[in-house]
Design a protein around this ligand. Structure first.
Ligand SMILES: [Zn+2]
Length: 305
């Protein structure tokens, strides 16, 4: 059972005048102890994967002078809290990384220079329940603290790192060659589509990420086909991207296409797995026939719900 805010009264009583964030059941806003502000910039929420409580401050976290990510540890110690206070009653340490599950995806600028990376890890608990986490990390700079370094030259705090669409240099080339660009939720799906011969992209953070004008700019002049995951958050996200690209008036066409016969929460990876047997090239051909029908050249198609 996943924890809720009600499981942490000992933490919440220490927050300065907490109020619920509108529309977010499991998030509170409070006055951050680290900086003077007339607005509640501190946030307190439940980690959806592990049920522990997380504290942070967007204002402190985005300070370009010392841009430490959310200043979690400092906020906790200013409130007299330790990690132990923020753990759910069931011990979170029973989660173990699934061996060999760690995958790294690199984000690069137009010229192929690395900007940041996403580390995807799968976890499993004693009962066999699976979960996955995504960590965004940028390249370490001379001005960063050595103690914040993870895995040699990377740092978790993204600070003012420029955000781009996944596989940007290849996508730009594909747009130049008038190929259709598939937009999916997650790097694993984009990589699979590239393997099948279809130019594809996504953004780090998926449905939780802000859509930036730079993403629209990078996709300008493209025929876009969005393949949403088959669940409510996935479809809502697909529609949000669809609206952003459509309203920009900068795409040649934008379509949203739901693959047929997907299981709940299914995606292109499930669709490919379900085409039993067969080489990837044959599956790719079937996929092309299927999606080509849904691409009215230079026009817009709104999917059926
Ligand atoms: Zn703050």
């Amino acid at each position: 059972m996943i924890a809720t805010l009600l499981d942490f009264p000992h933490v919440i009583e220490r927050l300065n005048d907490p109020v619920q964030v509108p529309g977010k059941n499991d998030m509170l806003a409070f006055y951050c102890p680290l900086h003077e502000s007339s607005r509640r910039k501190g946030r307190c929420w439940i980690n959806p994967h592990f049920g522990c409580l997380l504290l942070g401050c967007w204002s402190c976290g985005t300070d370009p002078q010392n841009g430490r990510s959310h200043k979690r540890k400092e906020i906790m110690s200013a409130l007299g809290l330790t990690w132990r206070d923020c753990m759910p009653k069931e011990d979170v340490r029973k989660w173990m990384a699934v061996p060999g599950s760690r995958t790294i995806y690199h984000y690069k600028d137009e010229d192929g220079n690395p900007l940041y990376r996403v580390v995807r890890t799968e976890w499993q608990d004693d009962s066999g329940k699976r979960s996955k986490t995504f960590s965004q990390q940028r390249l370490f700079r001379d001005t960063d603290h050595l103690k914040d370094m993870v895995d040699k030259k990377w740092i978790k705090d993204m600070a003012d790192t420029r955000r781009v669409i996944y596989r940007l240099p290849e996508v730009l080339k594909a747009i130049h060659n008038q190929r259709h660009i598939y937009f999916v939720e997650g790097e694993k799906k984009a990589d699979l589509l590239w393997e099948m011969g279809f130019p594809s992209t996504c953004i780090a953070g998926g449905s939780n990420a802000h859509w930036l004008s730079g993403f629209t700019h990078s996709l300008s002049g493209a025929d876009i086909l969005i393949l949403p995951d088959n669940d409510e958050p996935g479809i809502t996200y697909g529609e949000r991207v669809f609206a952003k690209l459509l309203l920009s008036n900068r795409m040649k066409s934008v379509s949203l296409f739901q693959l047929p016969d997907l299981p709940h929460s299914g995606d292109i990876c499930d669709w490919v797995s379900a085409q039993d047997g067969g080489e990837l090239v044959k599956i790719a051909y079937k996929f092309e026939l299927l999606t080509a029908k849904s691409i009215p050249y230079g026009s817009i198609m709104i999917p059926k719900r």
